[in-house]
Design a protein around this ligand. Structure first.
Ligand code: GLV
Length: 314
């Protein structure tokens, strides 16, 4: 029998498989990310940890463990886990690919529509009592229909976004480092930006993608473009984004993720044309349950000596 730590509360039904496994499951009762010192202490007492993306599984946790075999991250992004340290310690990481693609792509579309049409500012006017009645010239946005959308990254979520955009008669381009061989591939990121009315980020966060969307890329966008981020905050240089928004060089940004969450750069809170969401890309009842279940299934499979499909490559 293995000992499994669950660092934060999972959604109802998400841990059924874990509970039925016959392993000892220790559920932490406090809300919020598990403090570093507690994780370090736990790393010597448990065979497996099921954690959320807000828990930081640092090199220290992984270097000092003598018992840990697997970490199950209830997220597809694993930037909260030190992957090199996990590989060095022989700790397997499993995540939740696939089950959240549609929900996250839906939120990307929501942010595209909201920012192109200025929905957040329009709603704020209504709520503040500033709406004096229907007017021909007020709250004019830009169409998503017929726009050119540049996708930075073209994995499962990027492709799900592209499929949805077919319904908007959009021209969809994508940029990845190597040629996908698919229609719309654009070799140069700056070239992609120069053509994009909407630039949408779909790459994981890593040292390679840190501030991939920087001032130079933002400056290449056509005037009036919008930037969408449903991937990870650090991929986008938020200071450069705020500069571009305040200068009126771009029309808006739709952000579901932030650098240093839950902190939000105060300039973005004030910047014009923004729709800001608290990282809800995968937040539907069914998807969050499926994510919990997939992470738990991966953990149980690794403990059973199997090689589940959701192992993250070291
Ligand atoms: C959510 O952001 C995830 O990575 O699963």
């Amino acid at each position: 029998m293995a000992r499994i730590l669950v660092t934060q509360k999972l959604v109802a039904g998400g841990d059924t498989r874990l509970r039925a496994s016959g392993h000892e499951v220790v559920q932490r009762n406090d809300d919020g990310p598990m403090p570093a010192a507690d994780l370090i202490a736990a790393s010597d007492q448990f065979d497996a940890i099921v954690c959320l993306l807000s828990d930081r599984i640092s090199a220290q946790v992984l270097h000092e463990t003598t018992t840990l075999k697997v970490v199950g991250n209830v997220a597809v992004g694993v930037d909260n886990i030190d992957r090199e340290a996990a590989a060095a310690a022989g700790v397997t990481i499993v995540n939740t690919p696939g089950v959240l693609d549609a929900a996250t792509a839906d939120i990307a579309l929501l942010l595209m529509l909201s920012t192109r049409r200025g929905a957040s500012a329009a709603e704020a006017d209504l709520r503040a009592g500033r709406w004096a009645g229907w007017s021909l010239g007020d709250h004019l946005g830009q169409d998503l229909t017929g726009a050119t959308v540049g996708l930075v990254g073209y994995g499962r979520i990027g492709q799900a976004v592209a499929r949805r955009l077919e319904g908007f008669d959009a021209t969809v381009l994508h940029h990845t480092r190597s040629d996908t061989g698919l229609s719309g591939w654009t070799a140069s990121l700056l070239g992609l930006a120069a053509r994009s009315d909407v630039l949408s980020i779909h790459v994981p966060s890593s040292a390679d993608t840190h501030h991939l969307i920087d001032g130079e890329v933002l400056a290449a966008l056509p005037s009036g473009a919008v930037v969408i981020n449903t991937a990870r905050g650090p991929v986008l240089d938020e200071e450069a984004l705020a500069d571009a928004l305040f200068a009126g060089r771009i029309a808006g940004a739709g952000l579901d993720v932030f650098d240093g969450e839950p902190h939000v750069n105060p300039r973005l809170l004030e910047a014009p044309g923004c729709t800001l969401l608290p990282h809800i890309g995968s937040a539907t009842v069914a998807v969050r349950r499926a994510m919990c279940d997939l992470a738990c299934a991966g953990v149980l499979a690794v403990l059973a000596g199997e090689t589940p499909a959701n192992i993250v490559a070291p």
